[in-house]
Design a protein around this ligand. Sequence first.
Ligand SMILES: Nc1nc2c(c(=O)[nH]1)N[C@H]1C(S)=C(S)[C@@H](COP(=O)(O)OP(=O)(O)OC[C@H]3O[C@@H](n4cnc5c(=O)[nH]c(N)nc54)[C@H](O)[C@@H]3O)O[C@H]1N2
Ligand SMILES: Nc1nc2c(c(=O)[nH]1)N[C@H]1C(S)=C(S)[C@@H](COP(=O)(O)OP(=O)(O)OC[C@H]3O[C@@H](n4cnc5c(=O)[nH]c(N)nc54)[C@H](O)[C@@H]3O)O[C@H]1N2
Ligand code: SF4
Ligand SMILES: [Mo]
Length: 746
Amino acid sequence: MSRTALRICPLCEATCGLTLTVDGSRVTGARGDREDVFSKGFICPKGASFGAVDGDPDRLRGPLVRREGVLREATWEEAFDAVAAGIRPVVERYGPHAAGVVLGNPNVHTVAGALYPPVLLAALGTRSLFTASTLDQMPKHVSSGLLFGDAGAIPVPDLDRTGHLLLIGANPLESNGSLCTAPDFPGRLKALKARGGTLTVVDPRRTRTAALADRHLAIRPGTDALLLAAMAHVLFEEGLTDLAHLAPHVQDVEELRSAIRDFTPEAVSGACDVDADVIRALARDLAAAPTAAVYGRIGSCTVPHGTLASWLVDVLNILTGNLDRPGGALFPQAATDRPPRPAGPGRGFALGRWHSRVSGHPEAKGELPISALAEEIDTATREGEPIRALVAVAANPVLSAPDGDRLDKALASLDFMVSVDPYLNETSRHAHVVLPPPPPAQSPHHDFAFNTLAVRNQVRYTRPAVPLEPGRMAESEILARLILAATGMHGADPAAVDETVIGQTLGKAVKEPHSPVHGRDPRELAARLTGDGGPERRLDMMLRLGPYGDGFGARPDGLSLEKLLAHPHGVDLGPLRPRLPQPLKTVSGRIELLPRPIADDLPRLRAALRERPAGLVLVGRRHLRSNNSWMHNVPALTGGSNRCTLHIHPEDAARLGIRDGAAVHVKGAGGALTAPAEITDGVRPGVVSLPHGWGHDRPGTRLAHAATDPGVNVNQLLDGSLLDPLSGNAVLNGVPVRLSPAAAPA
Ligand SMILES: Nc1nc2c(c(=O)[nH]1)N[C@H]1C(S)=C(S)[C@@H](COP(=O)(O)OP(=O)(O)OC[C@H]3O[C@@H](n4cnc5c(=O)[nH]c(N)nc54)[C@H](O)[C@@H]3O)O[C@H]1N2
Ligand SMILES: Nc1nc2c(c(=O)[nH]1)N[C@H]1C(S)=C(S)[C@@H](COP(=O)(O)OP(=O)(O)OC[C@H]3O[C@@H](n4cnc5c(=O)[nH]c(N)nc54)[C@H](O)[C@@H]3O)O[C@H]1N2
Ligand code: SF4
Ligand SMILES: [Mo]
């Protein structure tokens, strides 16, 4: 007997509602939920393969513990015993920073990943935190921190209402969007065009997104900050700035004008490979559009000037009065956000409060660059102890971060490592303990992270579509037990972790004058929480304290878990609304348009005007049926055009004597690899492209299908030394490489 169940898709940032068909504990089908308040039935090929992803036979069914060097099946009790025995001695002997934590991308796609890692970090007290953010959007956090005083305040393009979208280094027709949660991003772009709006795409590749655009600029990789600075320059020079409603909230406009004086279109044109006339036209069109949004993503972040480019994206939105207005770029307000505090000066955003031990990289947002993880493990210094124990949750840095071969060796040298991961893969194979979470159908879902980045305010929650199979443990319980084991409380009741958080949060809330529960008794509030277990009680608490919440009775129409459960397809909270100045937490209480660290980094950008390395540079690409490093094990999602090939322009191929399909030797600073050439004018001359997340040929993994067509690890071409200095973000795009035809077939 089959039945249906709702489940929000966790496989990308679009957060589509799915209707699953379930047979026993097996998911046999997935279609778009037409009643979902946000996704309205949209689904992509990955979502449609939810059942295959969920039911992958290579998913681990129970914990593994290393005994005499070999990972063997064990009980949960043995596994957590081993965690406590592995981590505690390291922390006690060498201090908390000798225990590192690595958090990977899927943490933003699970309830457990949102609720427990912050507790783990606070309890452990380690500064050795490395996450996928420094392979991704850390530049945006830093620019938001500096501009708005809050690293989490990221403006989102108002896709459904804008008249003009300038899209930089993003390919939502493959990625389905990022830092802009929008189910059916492709449909929303088509709707923009249908209502007479314009779409401009800046990308060295002619992507499917670029093909949809009114104008496509095949920029030279890594030079977007120059292009955007020149656009800002034109706005000033031609008197096209108009801060409009923003004027009372912005400072340092004149300082900005003089700081970017020398970034003229003529000066940047040669570096960017974009005509000065075109840059002027881009700036004029942006200023003339009734509403417009500039939006930058991976291609604008994972480059040497990632923070400057991210800053300039918002600078352009501000100078044209498009920030915080309908049709421009707005700050979403999620249902689980903290209750909005009254507007006014805040504490501001600090960078570099501590530095990495080996290379002295500044922390950003409490994190060290993941590019430095290997050296923080394998290099002893006088400054302190290397990392000797590692907790990895949903992370595969051996493939996703630079120089996986070095990291591979470093991980093998650890005293202890635990991976919370459903797979035995390139990274988790080094663990002494592997704790596998259940498949997604057996987990609840709520998008704590992506609702703060969504193009429409809405809230949805789905309970597990399938009950936990015998022997499985919910990921929330795994993480709660891991926290206890790592912090000297091994064996305590995991529910205590949630109850402690609830007690602390409510205790704080009742003291805040702007909180809806100001002055009440936290124990009385805790007793009112509903929900099946700790994570649901915490969700209930956040909803009720939040901006749309019922305030524990203060606003009876407001949100609570109970109300959300009564609306299984979600609750629509309306279009994005202007919110300034409330989100600002800068020391001045205003938007600080030219923050000191940014001004100090401009000379480096100026130097880039004159640098034009000869030779080819490498960029990445994504495929609709992939997801970073962990979906190549699902037969339905691999093959066809989803292959690890080197895209190369016909002119470059001819010059180098490379034939289509032939093996090419690619050499970078961190290593070399051989991949088959795919000759295509989809990539501009001077640029080659390889996707990331491949290279599934290491021993000791359990990824049977992925191993049949392993591909190569593009990140082996990097040595980890190329970073955006302000954010510590890895440079993954615009990397110099040398090519030659390979002797043997790829
Ligand atoms: N060259 C190059 N490199 C890149 C990029 C690029 O564009 N180019 N992109 C970068 C970006 S944007 C990112 S975000 C990173 C991603 O890099 P990572 O953060 O390493 O993420 P994934 O590669 O997706 O690997 C996720 C891991 O989580 C596991 N996992 C899957 N589902 C779950 C779950 O529900 N719970 C738990 N606990 N684990 C789970 C998977 O088995 C896998 O081991 O890669 C980066 N690397
Ligand atoms: N199908 C699929 N979807 C995904 C993922 C996936 O792996 N597969 N990963 C998810 C994750 S973790 C993320 S962060 C998002 C990322 O979402 P997007 O940012 O949309 O990622 P990409 O599709 O890699 O698009 C980046 C584009 O930047 C271009 N580019 C490279 N260098 C430069 C440059 O210097 N300047 C400019 N202007 N462009 C440049 C590349 O050619 C590429 O087309 O996607 C998410 N969604
Ligand atoms: S677009 Fe993303 S969230 Fe929607 S079905 Fe596809 S993978 Fe899932
Ligand atoms: Mo990402």
